[in-house]
Design a protein around this ligand. Sequence first.
Ligand SMILES: [Zn+2]
Length: 134
Amino acid sequence: MIPVLELSNALLQELVAYVDKRWPLEACGVLAGKDARAEKMIGVLNQAQSKVRFVMDPYEQLHAFDWIESNGLDLVGIFHSHPAGPETASATDIAEAAYPVVQVILSRAGPHWQTRGFWIEDGTASEVTLQITQ
Ligand SMILES: [Zn+2]
């Protein structure tokens, strides 16, 4: 796992705006970057159109992966929202985590969105510190 994922405040605000626009449905997408730094978010349609789960649309996901590769970046994270909380990875998130990357969860149990990172491996979610830079 990686202990820290760095991202700019501008990227964080872009993520919040993206998931907020899709509230109350779960939103999802991928984070592209290098090493332990996310540089770009690409939203992917939530095929499930659900308030409690997400399934990334396979075509849009493939398109996002192609974009990442053709821009010389790597997949460094997967993000999704929990429109009504909780802040942490759910049992479903742990069971369905398919990529060895940071899982960024934006949750809104209260009035504001919270953003936390997790590394899910062998059925356990460990917190990854999100370091926000200017
Ligand atoms: Zn989740």
